[in-house]
Design a protein around this ligand. Structure first.
Ligand code: CA
Length: 233
């Protein structure tokens, strides 16, 4: 893959400089925007590979920037929010952001999130090329056409909900899915009781797919937010 171009949307100059200096040192190209209107203009003019988006912008709400971008673009969006903006961050994920960073964040965290996103882009390109009806992630395989899942070649005995949940996670590999998003997709609503059910089904699914369910390698928990299927090496 050629050097990726990252659109950095951040109104705070010191944070913007920290991000761009880090990107430069790690062979990413970047462009910047200091507010939401500039972000939308830059995204449409430059077609970046990834957008790093601060949610607290001086003009447009970051969540509205995501909604606008999502009307024409599937570019991966990593939102950056202050700890006090947790509900905004969940709203951003539900509006189509892929991942999030909470301020203050370290350079290592920023680079780790970018690596996850890059793997996701590569995997999506690979899947598109293969026009795959299968999902393969390390020892885990889902055959969508046959409606079966396998671990180390052994068929998994999943309940219909566990299978649906697994497929949803696989189809969004690399992306943080919120509790609301998942429960809407699985049950069509996101009541507190369905969020509680989700925890139960996630626990039983993990027992079946994770070599050690207490330290999961496939599905990561984001406390208070949701879950993410990781691309394993
Ligand atoms: Ca800000």
């Amino acid at each position: 893959m050629n050097k990726l171009q990252i659109l950095v949307v951040e109104d705070d100059p010191p944070v913007r400089n920290l991000i761009t200096t880090t990107l430069k040192a790690h062979e990413y190209r970047y462009i910047t925007a200091a507010d939401g209107s500039e972000a939308i203009a830059q995204a449409s003019a430059c077609n970046p590979d990834v957008v790093l988006l601060d949610l607290g912008l001086p003009d447009i709400d970051g969540v509205d920037v995501i909604r606008k971008l999502r009307t024409w673009s599937t570019v991966p969006i990593i939102v950056i929010s202050a700890r006090s903006e947790e509900s905004d961050m969940i709203g951003a994920l539900d509006s189509g952001a892929d991942d999030y960073l909470t301020k203050p964040f370290s350079v290592e965290e920023l680079l780790a999130r970018l690596r996850v996103t890059v793997r996701r882009i590569l995997m999506m390109q690979g899947n598109a090329a293969a026009n795959s009806s299968q999902f393969i992630n390390g020892a885990l395989k889902v055959d969508y056409a046959a409606g079966c899942a396998y671990l180390d070649g052994e068929e998994l005995h999943l309940t219909p909900i566990e299978y649906k949940l697994l497929c949803l996670m696989c189809q969004n590999v690399g992306k943080v899915l919120t509790h609301t998003f998942i429960t809407q997709k699985i049950w069509g609503n996101s009541w507190d009781s369905t969020v509680a059910s989700l925890r139960v089904f996630m626990a039983t699914l993990r027992k079946k797919i994770e070599p050690s369910p207490d330290s999961p390698t496939f599905i990561q928990t984001h406390i208070g937010v949701g879950y993410r299927m990781l691309k394993v090496e």
